[in-house]
Write a protein that binds this ligand. Structure first.
Ligand code: SAM
Length: 239
């Protein structure tokens, strides 16, 4: 899978050198092309922003350098073109899984007060937000999107199970995890996890996942498939 990321702050993406993503990029399982929008400015000072028409605070990123950058990187519009924006649909796990099926994704990072609307009219397929809050730029949202989507690209994670048994994979939040030692400051690992009975472990994990989801995110419960794990209602006895 290929990501093209358009930004005026390419340094933000140095972080892609580390951890699993850094390894996947160096092994060629993932391709990330960072494009500096300033290189497409025709202004002699490489300016990429201007004051907003109609007045108001801050600066707006100008249309021409961004359109020229997009058209140079993706001339035949092969990539899914996304503008990271607080106005977009909020990113969630099902959207992440859909995006992971794309072969190529182009991410446009806004900065200052955002971008000239005509960039969106001319070049963008969709706007995506990472949550209902405003950041100074689209670089961190782009990194969040790349990180979450790349986890579904073959070979990026260590084992196939890594994405199948975690929060949201079955509509629930994840069960508690433990590793050695068995007792730490008086806190014991639950007995069931030490017994080696796979069926009991699966059942305990599902029950814990349901309990945690009901406490923290009851809104998720409506869509989760939990019927087989719910305690049976006691039968009414006729007198
Ligand atoms: N004036 C814009 C507004 O009120 O919607 C906010 C602009 S913000 C300061 C600058 C840039 O950060 C945006 O153009 C966008 O690319 C990015 N950004 C900020 N918050 C974001 C979020 N929650 N999700 C995705 N991108 C965001």
């Amino acid at each position: 899978m290929q990501f093209d990321i358009l930004t005026i702050f390419p340094e933000y993406f140095d972080v892609l050198k580390v951890s699993l993503l850094g390894k996947a990029i160096s092994e060629g399982k993932l391709c990330v092309n960072i494009v500096d929008i300033r290189n497409y400015s025709q202004d002699k000072h490489k300016k990429t922003d201007d004051t907003p028409y109609g007045g108001g605070a801050g600066m707006v990123m100008t249309v021409d350098p961004i359109v020229r950058a997009i058209e140079s990187v993706d001339p035949s519009h092969e990539a899914r073109r996304i503008y990271l924006s607080p106005r977009g649909a909020t990113l969630n796990q099902s959207k992440v899984e859909k995006l992971a099926k794309e072969e190529r994704i182009l991410l446009l990072c806004g900065d200052y007060e955002g971008i000239d609307e005509r960039v969106i009219d001319l070049c963008i397929d969709e706007e995506i937000s990472i949550g209902d809050y405003v950041l100074t730029g689209g670089e961190l949202p782009a990194l969040v999107l790349v990180n979450s989507v790349a986890r579904y690209v073959d070979g990026v994670l260590g084992s196939a199970e890594s994405t199948s048994e975690e929060s949201f994979s079955d509509g629930l939040l994840e069960y508690p995890q433990y590793t050695r030692p068995e007792i730490y400051r008086g806190l014991r690992v639950p007995e069931v996890l030490l017994g080696g009975n796979h069926h009991d472990i699966c059942r305990w994990r599902k029950e814990k996942a349901i309990e945690i989801t009901m406490q923290r995110r009851p809104d998720l419960m409506a869509k989760a498939d939990i019927a087989p794990y719910m305690p049976k209602k006691p039968k009414k006895h006729r007198k």
